[in-house]
Design a binder for this molecule. Structure first.
Ligand code: ATP
Ligand code: LTN
Length: 333
């Protein structure tokens, strides 16, 4: 039986948060270890520059993200792990797909609407606008069956499917039409400061997220400051959104059911619950942080991983790109 192809990406736009870990990365590891899948994971530095990045920080964050992915259990022997800008086919297919995507579709993308609010109208760059087209190129280059992502990426996935279908209809069957793989649990971890918006590593308020590399003290401080409510009862419902999010995080790290957790804290205050949650998160992150410390200092190994990853990815990407160029009428060199 042919293995199903899985592709996903993460931006080196900062240090990964527990939102990235719960909503995406830990699922990537699970998929990598399942024999039915052939997985490809990409650090999307070209996506990251759609918002301003300091060059030396971008370099640093790219290696940090790579080390963290390895520390959480991705294994270059089992999966293809690479950096987007190393495989130029992504930019090339992006250009082709730009000519197949309507402005109206891009105008409806909620991530674009949210992110562009941070800038004056005159300084919103067009990369931010066409961001989802580059994402479609990433996915379609590898004839991807499934794309594991958090809930926030559902709309982008729909657009990728649409672009694939449009190309196939216009030029004949070329791309596999990908499906999103979004888990019910943990697909949307919210900001600790504003339970209405998602936890994001590029949030300007440090208290809003927990980073995978945060130490015990930082974790305790941020959870202590996390916004809750004045009900005073540990319960899981939409009226107590802040608490609901904290219970989701607790459940993600312990694999315990929501009811079990709520029952345990029945009659106890938020203080006790928050103290225990801090412990659970710090304990859960400790082994990842220990492996990370060795990896980030081993630049030779990291270089070997991303170079070999790029070679494997490029070979596969070029097969699709050659096909695309031929179908649209470009003359082969
Ligand atoms: P930024 O905050 O810089 O926009 P991000 O963290 O939202 O970045 P990525 O780094 O590209 O975005 O996300 C990588 C993966 O993590 C994606 O699959 C995304 O859906 C998932 N993800 C991001 N934030 C969360 C969250 N709060 N809850 C669940 N999953 C998330
Ligand atoms: N847009 C995604 C990151 C991303 C991605 C991809 C995810 C870029 N290319 C391809 C899955 C597949 C984000 O912001 N989280």
């Amino acid at each position: 039986m042919d293995k199903k192809i899985v592709f996903s990406g993460i931006q080196p736009s900062g240090e990964p948060t527990i939102g990235n870990y719960i909503g995406a990365i830990r699922n990537w590891v699970e998929i990598q270890n399942n024999e039915d899948y052939d997985s490809i994971y990409c650090i999307v530095d070209m996506h990251a520059i759609t918002v301003p990045q300091v060059p030396k920080d971008l370099r640093k964050h790219t290696l940090e993200v790579l080390s963290l992915l390895l520390a959480t259990g991705l294994d270059p022997e089992k999966t293809t792990l690479f950096i987007q800008s190393h495989v130029s086919a992504h930019a090339e297919l992006n250009w082709v797909l730009n000519s197949l995507t309507y402005m109206g579709q891009l105008n409806r993308m909620t991530q674009y609407k949210d992110k562009s609010k941070r800038f004056e109208d005159s300084s919103i760059n067009s990369g931010l606008f066409t961001y989802p087209v580059l994402m479609a190129a990433d996915i379609l280059l590898y004839q991807t069956d499934y794309v594991p992502v958090g809930e926030d990426q559902r709309q982008h996935l729909e657009l990728s499917r649409d672009i694939a279908e449009r190309f196939n209809n216009r030029y004949s069957e070329t791309f596999k039409v990908p499906e999103a793989l979004i888990k019910k649990e943990g697909a949307r971890i919210m900001s600790l400061q504003d339970p209405e918006s998602k936890m994001s590593k590029s949030d300007s308020n440090e208290d809003s997220y927990i980073l995978l590399l945060d130490n015990g003290d930082a974790i305790r401080r941020k959870i202590k400051r996390a916004v809750t409510d004045s009900e005073g009862v540990v319960a899981y419902n939409d009226q107590q959104k802040g608490l609901k999010n904290l219970i989701d995080i607790y459940s993600a790290f312990t694999n315990e059911g929501l009811d079990t957790i709520v029952a345990r804290y029945n009659g106890k205050g938020y203080g006790v619950f928050k103290e225990d949650l801090s412990e659970v998160v710090a304990e859960g992150l400790r082994p990842i942080q220990e492996r990370y410390k060795d990896l980030i200092n081993n630049k030779d190994y990291l270089e070997k991983v991303y170079k070999e990853g790029a070679e494997k990815a490029e070979y596969r990407a070029m097969k699709t790109l050659r096909k695309v160029y031929k179908k649209i009428g470009f003359i082969p060199r």
